[in-house]
Each structure stands twice: as C-alpha cells, then as structure tokens.
Design a protein around this ligand. Structure first.
Ligand code: SAH
Ligand code: MG
Length: 233
C-alpha cells in the first residue's frame, strides 16, 4: 500500500482533462462539414477526440501535428485551438509518403503537380484551412519532420499528434525527436494503431508499445486507430 501510494504520488498529473467538463465549446457545424469533406484519413470520432484535446491543451502551450496532408486532422485540431491562446504547428513537406507516390495504393492524381512533376498537398491544405477561417490558428511548417523538430528543440508542446510517414523508421524518428518536447502531463496521440496486423501496418503500434515500455507514457486508450498517451513523468 505504502509503495503504491508513493508510486502514484510521484506521477505527474495530466496537464488538461480529456474533456468531460461542461465548459467545452462544440465544433462549429460548418467547420465539421469542411473537415469531413476534406481529403484525408481520419474518422469523425477520431477528429472529435483531437478537437477536444486541442481545446484543452491550447490553453497551456502550442499543439503540434506531424502529417498535415490536405488538412482533415488539421481542421479538428485548429478548431480546438481557437479557444486557447496557443496555436497548432502543422508539419508536412507536402511531398507525400511512400504509399502516396505515383503507382502506389494511396496515389491521388488530383494532388499531382504537373509543373513540378510531383505530389503536392500544400495548395489543398491551405485552401481548406482558409475556408474554415482557421488561418490564424494554424502555423504551417513546410519541411521534413525531423529537421523541423531539431530546429524547434526546447519549445514546450502540450499535445503532439503523430500521423506522418508510416514506416517504422519514420514513426520512430517522429517519436524520438518530437516526444521529448511534450510537457510533463501533456499528450501524445498516435494514428493508425492496428491491433490486428490484417487491418494495417504495424509501425505505429510498435511505437505505441515502445513509448509505454519507457515508463514515461501511460495509455488513455485507443479510439478507432487513434491512441492517446499522457506523459506521466
Ligand atoms: N493527418 C492527415 C493524413 C496525413 S498523411 C489526415 O488527417 O488526413 C501523411 C502525411 O505525412 C503526408 O502528407 C506526407 O507528406 C507527410 N510526411 C510523411 N513523411 C514525412 C516527413 N518525414 N516529414 C514531413 N512530412 C512527412
Ligand atoms: Mg493516419
């Protein structure tokens, strides 16, 4: 009992509640409609969880997402950030992941830029953010994730959403370089966690488990494929 109490009291409390409180502001319906219509890979339920977390966390420090793509997750997160004093840093080189290149399963010809002869999701991203009236809540960071993280070393992050490259090397690099910026008590959200390997790639799940094995991150559960951890020390 004594040991248990000591362990519990040493643990950092969560920075912000997960959101059952009655002072949460609902998402504007026109922004929800735009988010659902945006190209991307996120369910409405997952988006709602990000929205609520961002609404809480943006009062404390900036929020960060890796993997802006066309702005689907961005609209949920940035809508949450309208209520705090801090913004969302949305990081993407906009050149697409391996599986989004020509000939690959997630290739989208509408995002192919004839001029540069490569994938470019930036115009679609900016259009969606602008239409939602959220330009003031998002700071687009156009660059390679690890490089951006190293340049931002030391900034406090209240909430980190990792949904960039999905190879093990990419997810691990995002975890290693970004998670250390998350404040004690802050959140780490990982997308595309599949407990059944037949449902999808296993890299995010491996990092999800690795994070918990460090003892610094505690699971708050998985909704759809969105896992939420909080930094307990
Ligand atoms: N969150 C989005 C989906 C992101 S798809 C949604 O809600 O729909 C993954 C994105 O990660 C792609 O746009 C790709 O360009 C970006 N990405 C992949 N590897 C990256 C890296 N190393 N640095 C920056 N962006 C990367
Ligand atoms: Mg994803």
């Amino acid at each position: 009992m004594g040991l248990v109490r000591r362990f519990v009291s040493k643990e950092t409390p969560q920075l912000a509640s997960l959101g059952d409180d009655d002072d949460l502001v609902p998402m504007r319906s026109e922004v929800r409609t735009l988010a659902l219509a945006a190209k991307g890979f996120l369910s409405e339920q997952e988006g709602d969880r990000l929205f609520i977390l961002a609404q809480r966390c943006s009062r404390i420090a900036p929020c960060v997402e890796i993997g802006s793509y066309c702005g689907k997750s961005t609209l949920f997160l940035a809508e949450g950030c309208r209520y705090g004093r801090y913004n969302l840093f949305s990081v993407d080189h906009h050149r697409g992941s391996v599986e989004q290149q020509q000939g690959e399963p997630y290739y989208d010809p509408e995002l192919f830029d004839e001029h540069t002869q490569r994938h470019n999701s930036l115009p679609e991203f900016l259009k969606n953010v602008e239409r939602a009236g959220l330009s003031n809540c998002v700071i687009p960071m156009i660059g390679e994730s690890e490089r951006v993280a190293k340049n931002l070393a030391g900034i406090p992050v209240s909430m980190l959403f990792i949904d960039g490259g999905h190879s093990l090397a990419d997810v691990e690099a995002d975890f290693v370089h970004w998670s250390k910026l998350v404040l004690p008590g802050g959140y780490l959200c990982l997308h595309d966690i599949y407990l059944n390997p037949e449902d999808g790639g296993q890299a995010p799940r491996q990092v999800w488990e690795k994070a918990q094995s460090t003892g610094s991150w505690r699971s708050l559960g998985i909704l759809g494929s969105l896992g939420v951890l909080f930094r307990c020390r």
